[in-house]
Write a protein that binds this ligand. Structure first.
Ligand SMILES: NC(=O)c1ccc[n+]([C@@H]2O[C@H](COP(=O)([O-])OP(=O)(O)OC[C@H]3O[C@@H](n4cnc5c(N)ncnc54)[C@H](OP(=O)(O)O)[C@@H]3O)[C@@H](O)[C@H]2O)c1
Length: 301
């Protein structure tokens, strides 16, 4: 048995429960891990709220990303052995907000020694997404990348990747996140009314890439700073981005390996700012559901 956070039906936080649940042996290309840290993402509550379809089998375990120690491997796993330290994405039907979970070995990589388990747990979803969204349109050094929602889990890592490539990074976030955003090397712009004008004051020629991590009205206001609408890429609201002439992020298989390499060399810090125990898992999800996370929220069972 393993303690796991589940939700029992689509709805609000009251549908969540920490329960004891059986853990099946890993099948095929799966590995079982003792979870050392699990990252919390907006997708966790969006799935529970029914915003990402109704095809999830209920009760559904929560959490997509984790780091931990391999305790068992499936028959098709050659790249990992019991005792290995890894990070990766949950296998279908499993959740990472748990004492033990099952990962998809094809979406799992070795944890570099240089990375803590907490930092490693922030990479499979948020880190890999930051990698993908900053590489979907290839920029050159000196070009301007605007990040809407720069102070959150994906945004801070996207800003650091932009710095590595020597882009001119402009990070839009609320005033409370100014220091966090500036610590990445990005130029900070306060979010809210007039944000587009504040960006134009810094980048009068416009942006070569607008990364949207917020969507909705905030995206509509910022969109005109792009030199061309096709230069808008959204993780948060692909529909609005597409209506405006941009696109949703395309996730890749290489994103996880690449972001792990970059983090290993110390070029990207996942900015874990809040840590919770498994008993406090519901508070951890609430902290992300609040919509104003600064950096990453991690659960350490
Ligand atoms: N498609 C995918 O594969 C994929 C993968 C990962 C994430 N995502 C999506 O990408 C989005 C970002 O994820 P995340 O993990 O970075 O979320 P997060 O850690 O919760 O950060 C979201 C950030 O948005 C900012 N924000 C909220 N309202 C804003 C507004 N009106 N104007 C400017 N900033 C605003 C918040 O900062 P302030 O408090 O400063 O406003 C917060 O820092 C989410 O919608 C998530 O579901 C998609």
């Amino acid at each position: 048995m393993t303690k796991t956070l589940i939700f029992t039906k689509f709805g609000g936080p009251e549908t969540q429960q920490l329960i004891d649940r059986g853990l099946p042996d890993p099948q095929g290309a799966q590995v079982t891990i003792k979870v050392q840290a699990a990252g919390v993402n907006p997708a966790d509550w969006k799935i529970r709220a029914g915003q990402m379809g109704d095809h999830w089998k209920l009760p559904a375990p929560m959490g997509r990303e984790a780091s931990g120690i391999v305790t068992a491997i499936g028959d098709d796993v050659e790249e990992f052995a019991v005792g290995d330290e890894v990070l990766g994405l949950a296998a279908k039907g499993h959740g990472t907000i748990a004492e033990h979970t099952v990962l998809n070995a094809r979406q799992t990589v070795a944890k570099p020694e240089e990375l803590s388990f907490a930092d490693a747990a922030a990479l499979p979803v948020a880190g890999a997404t930051a990698y993908d969204v900053t590489h979907q349109i290839e920029l050159e050094a000196g070009q301007t990348m605007v990040i809407l929602g720069a102070g959150g889990g994906v945004g801070l890592m996207a800003a650091q990747i932009g710095q590595v490539h020597q882009f001119n990074v402009i990070g839009i976030a609320s005033a409370s996140k100014q220091q966090l955003v500036e610590a990445t090397g990005a130029t900070f712009v306060e979010s809210g009314d007039g944000a587009a004008d504040r960006v134009r004051a810094i980048a009068p020629d416009g942006a070569d890439l607008v990364i949207d991590l917020v969507g909705g009205a905030a995206l509509r206001e910022i969109a005109p700073v792009a030199k061309d609408p096709q230069l808008i890429i959204s993780t948060a609201d692909p529909d609005t981005a597409t209506q405006l002439g941009g696109a949703g992020v395309q996730r890749t298989n290489e994103g996880l390996t690449k972001i792990t390499d970059v983090a290993e060399y110390g070029l990207v810090n996942p900015n874990v700012v809040e840590r919770f125990s498994l008993q406090e898992a519901q508070q951890a999800v609430a902290s992300v559901e609040d919509g104003h996370a600064a950096g990453k929220v991690v659960i350490e069972p």
